[in-house]
Design a protein. Structure first.
Lengths: 149, 413
């Protein structure tokens, strides 16, 4: 099992499949939140569903709307399982705090370069320091919404 | 985080459940971002269009609004960013009844919380500009970057929940751009072409935003050869904040904290790039070449000042639009434009002057579907950056080229 320590995190421990890209994240700019897919044509994950995935991306982008939108997405259940970023902005933190959403950021490596797309990962904000673990692949993926601890 | 007696009392619930939620929320954010304590703020500005809030967000606001008077009202002047509609024009925009009903519920809730419904993203031009060194909790990226950079005020991006929390507590966690050491330049760019038109300023902001890459970068520009106007700074900052998630820039010799490069940058900081006129044209052409026929032309994002409206009216006089032309301003500017006859001149061409909303915050996807809008022309770089994700093909043009496109229904060669 490979483990990467993060500078900061919040939320609950969660496992799921990693959806990885060296690109940014903004709920307003990048997502079709009704259908649960990346919709900005230039985004490296354009057309892909984010629902139930652990998003592993580079940096928080865009404006302030994500602070409300994470809460709105969560209420409808059309939501990633967690968000992992190299670099956050305050909006992501504020949105995660309102939505009780799992988020992690600040690694000593480029996290998008070391987590394989599709890997089974665990995001653990409760460990000290918080960390992301790449788990052994199982034949049956876990329920990405499963929370532990 | 270190708390004073007032903050400890709020956290304990002695000031009611709204302020208890607010200070607890702010502490979660502050701990994540390394704040040592709180800093008092003199204003809060809330972005809360109902497309962002959703039903869940409106219900959440209504629960706060149902608290007793003394437990729910904000402690400092708290104002709002644009709403999701101009009620007077909603039918012409083909917005649906449920959108308007949700907007009305949100407005009622905010009013119960003591929030002033200013509905503007240009409050630095119209309501009360911040003063150098003043700590704020501003909630629109264009407002934050303008206040930080042009006015020398101190704010982070405060999303709607956090701006409301700041309104309720009168403070915000002290991290990021509230700290002098975080305001120093991290990125130096040499500018060889000082933009002339607003869409050029937006393009320059977009290019630098792409270099900046994240919120914690502070670009410094050298080489701007004249003092930009407030509207030019507005378009530049809005685009820089949009493309880069940047909250502060310096223009050496122009913005207040950067009289000299040495004031804001270490000697070791060397230019990352030189930006030329062809760079701006390449940026604009990348959008322009996707669009020929135009379905709608939009002036918005940020809302237009009185001087932008005057310039636009001058370009439209004696002409007739053939596709919808939407012109969005603030509720503060609109009465002056009406009184001075500017609104009438613009609307005589078939255009619509809207106030209190912003195009992308007004159910842009649903408006596109209802009106069969796909290709759009605008002079706002921020708007073209946002609208791709909403299914539009946007073109970034000058104000004059947008007017020509609105009259011809297509972009001139």
């Amino acid at each position: 099992m490979t483990e990467f320590q993060a500078a900061a995190a919040m939320g609950k421990r969660v496992q799921g499949r990693a959806l990885v890209a060296k690109d940014g994240f903004s709920a307003r700019y990048d997502l079709d939140r009704i259908n649960g897919v990346f919709s900005r044509p230039e985004h490296k994950l354009a057309g892909q569903s984010y629902v139930g995935q652990i998003l592993v991306l580079d940096a928080a982008k865009g404006g302030v709307a994500t602070a409300w939108m994470l809460h709105e997405m969560s209420a409808r259940g059309v939501m990633p399982a967690a968000l992992v970023l190299n670099s956050i902005n305050p909006i992501m933190v504020q949105g995660a705090a309102l939505a009780d959403f799992t988020m992690m950021s600040g690694f000593q490596v480029d996290i998008t370069a070391v987590v394989p797309n599709g890997a089974l990962v665990e995001v653990d904000p409760e460990s000290d320091p918080p960390c992301l673990r790449i788990l052994p692949l199982r034949s049956t993926p876990p329920n990405p919404d499963t929370h532990h601890g | 985080m270190r708390l004073n007696a007032d903050e400890i009392a709020m956290l304990a619930g002695h000031a009611g459940p709204a302020r208890q939620w607010a200070i607890n929320h702010q502490m979660r954010v502050g701990r994540y971002l390394g704040a040592a304590d709180f800093v008092p703020v003199s204003q809060a500005h809330i972005m809360a269009d109902t497309e962002s809030l959703g039903v869940a967000g409106v219900e959440w606001l209504e629960r706060l609004a149902a608290l007793p008077d003394n437990a729910r009202c904000v402690r400092i002047p708290t104002i709002t960013d644009p709403r999701g509609t101009d009620f007077a024009a909603a039918a012409r925009l083909k917005q649906q009844d449920w959108m308007l009903a949700l907007e009305r519920r949100a407005i009622t809730a905010f009013q119960s919380l003591g929030v002033l419904m200013t509905d503007t993203c240009i409050n630095y031009q119209t309501i009360m500009p911040a003063v150098r060194g003043e700590h704020m909790a501003y909630g629109d990226t264009g407002v934050v970057i303008y206040a930080n950079s042009v006015l020398g005020a101190r704010s982070n991006f405060e999303g709607g929940p956090s701006a409301l929390a700041a309104g309720l507590t009168g403070r915000t966690p002290r991290y990021g751009y509230h700290l002098p050491e975080k305001r120093r330049a991290t990125l130096l760019l040499r500018i060889e072409f000082t933009p002339r038109e607003l869409h050029d300023w937006g393009a320059l902001g977009g290019i630098i935003g792409r270099y900046a890459s994240d919120y914690w970068q502070v670009p410094a520009l050298v080489g701007i050869d004249r003092i930009p106007t407030s509207d030019e700074m507005k378009h530049f900052g809005a685009a820089l904040a949009s493309y880069g998630s940047v909250a502060l820039f310096h223009m050496v010799g122009i913005t207040p904290e950067a009289e000299r490069l040495a004031d804001i940058a270490d000697p070791s900081l060397t230019p990352t790039a030189t930006i030329t006129e062809p760079d701006l044209r390449t940026f604009q052409d990348a959008y322009r070449r996707r669009v020929d026929k135009v379905d709608v032309v939009v002036f918005s994002t940020p809302q237009l000042s009185l001087l932008e409206l005057r310039d636009l009216a001058g370009m439209l006089d004696g002409r007739r639009t053939t596709v919808p032309l939407l012109v969005v301003t603030s509720p503060q500017v609109r009465p002056d434009a009406d009184r001075l006859g500017i609104t009438a001149r613009i609307e005589a061409t078939g255009a619509m002057v809207l106030s209190g909303m912003c195009f992308y915050q007004s159910y842009a996807r649903e408006m596109a579907e209802a009106n069969d809008w796909q290709s759009l022309a605008t002079n706002s770089a921020k708007l073209v950056n946002i609208l791709g994700g909403y299914g539009y093909r946007p073109a970034l043009l000058s104000m004059q080229a947008c007017v020509d496109a609105a009259c011809a229904g297509r972009i001139s060669a």
